[in-house]
Design a protein around this ligand. Sequence first.
Ligand code: ADP
Ligand code: ZN
Ligand code: ZN
Length: 676
Amino acid sequence: MSEQAPPEQIVRVALDLPLRRLFDYRPPDDEPLSAGDIGYRVCVPFGQRQKIGIIVALGSDSDLPPGQLKPLTAVLRDVPPLPRSWFRLATFCAAYYHAPLGQVMLSTLPAGLRSVAPARPRPHRALAERAPAQAPPSLTADQQLALRVMAANAPGFHAYLLHGVTGSGKTEVYLRLIGRILEAGLQSLLLVPEINLTPQLEERVAARFPGAGLVSLHSGLGEAARSRNWRAALRGEARIVLGTRLAVFAPLPELGLIVVDEEHDASYKQQDGIRYSARDLAVFRARDNGLPIVLGSATPSLESWANAAAEDGRGRYQLLSLPQRAVEGARLPTVRTIDTRLDKPRDGLSATLLMAIEQRLAHGEQSLVFLNRRGYAPVMTCVACGWTSHCHRCAANLVLHLADHCLRCHHCGYQTRVSRQCPTCGNQDLSAFGRGTQRIEAVLGERFPQARILRVDRDSASNRRHWNALLASIRNGEADILVGTQMLAKGHDFPRLTLVGAVAPDAALFAADWRAPERLFAQLMQVAGRAGRAEWPGEVLLQTQFPDHPLYQALLRHDYRSFAAMLLREREQARFPPYAYQAMLRAEAPRMAEALSFLAAARACPALDRNPQVSSYDPVPMRLSRRASLERAQLLVESVSRPALQVFLDQWVSELEAQPVPSRLHWHLEVDPVEL
Ligand code: ADP
Ligand code: ZN
Ligand code: ZN
């Protein structure tokens, strides 16, 4: 009787390759592995090279004939295996965003753990020094209520939307929650939009919990530090992880709480590679792990607001409000409009605004001239009656494409020739909106030669050190007038800043992207939150042609709720998100015709016919890409059912991958796109 050979063991490995499958290997030197080895990194032969992968499963049969299976080179046990909860998150991310699992898994590891060259492990240094803990302030009534509501809920998954005006003490609420979680012996994950913009938060957390094991994870860290902090998280040495969007993937075996600060912020959306939303993944992670999650904002995303504010009280998120500033006597600033039809700006600046700046200069206070022009495309407007080129097929604006002299809807693809006169009033003097703001810094310099003017943008704040130096000089009063974009809008305390002038807010009303008004409102609320602190009252001036616009009217009253309710009604009528679910297929190629014909072929795929709940729009050219001589076009698909859209996307991606494409054409899919 011959004994049957035991079935050969197969190790399934995820590799960083654009292929939607795992790769089979034999254990090293035929030494069998156990279930406890799942989650370890491995080094495997791949072609002529060695690659790092992750063991996803063990099995006993393979599509490959046994002779062709190669053994693993090594199992890397230098860090503990990645936990199962981390696998579930990566698997969900891969499925929902239709990305290869191996790419998702490997791309979230620090580079040092992805490369074959052995990393030199060094003990991590927690950020927090052992200083005496800072005494927390006694809570306001609203903070107490919010915390009591959360404490009263049974353990398990709960999503809270903490809606609080700037300075209302949201951060204090996070700190109290983190304190509870530390006492319970669990880890906390605190996500922030851009850590370069929030060094103050890091200091605040460290000061509150000295020696508690705070680490940060963000792109501003050197590779070694990032690797060290990531390992500390995985080993459980880090008890508080403060990080940007990629940190949503940090392996945390004892996670007890997730906080997403400024949850509406666009930087939670990864815009290349795997295009995920860290906020949405955080909610999945909390639900999957059975934990509370707090989404905080002064101006929540409409998606989150719709989840929290369901009028029947059956919202999926619980709404908690902090309607007042926490510091005694601190007031929200006064917001006023300047009607630019009466007070015509010269070189972008109205007389009223210039006068207000002059007053601040005389008092030694700071002014911020706020420009929100990034990402906006020109649309046609009529100065006489306020008409704008609007798409009659949907609720978006038409964008002016000067190259072929036409107006195009970036949402549905409708296009038309540029008209010579206003269709409403007949005025022949139509203009492309949004010119004349470039020279603002120069004009301010001419007008106020004695003032110290500081421009703050991506370039001047290119790295963390520059940024911190810049912030310090602003706080120390080394600048009189700041000229800046979104960068300055986010959570900073500038005690001397008492005036904010928004010079071109109307640009957002005219933007091609129908989400622009939502973003404008959020930015202006935030920027307004910068002006004026306890003893120095602040003022916000908005230069606009449309002072009666409901967006500005809501801002004057600091009334996010009614603005959100209005936008949600519009979205519901137009069937825009959050009342529909979208995905965008983008193609780039040397010539526009190639990109468009790829998208046309994609639209003709059988998957669309098989899924009647999903609709598609015409492919449209995007504005010319800045990337080296490639032109880009996009195709939007949508459905009122998220599951139906997902089923369709699965089929569609398989069909697209089977399509031959020209060698220099690239395409990608973005689920829940936030920018058109
Ligand atoms: P937010 O995160 O909502 O902008 P913060 O938590 O940063 O608000 O609080 C704003 C300011 O109010 C900070 O200076 C903070 O120290 C202070 N603060 C917060 N809570 C309280 C409180 N209960 N009593 C006194 N001051 C508070
Ligand atoms: Zn349209
Ligand atoms: Zn007109």
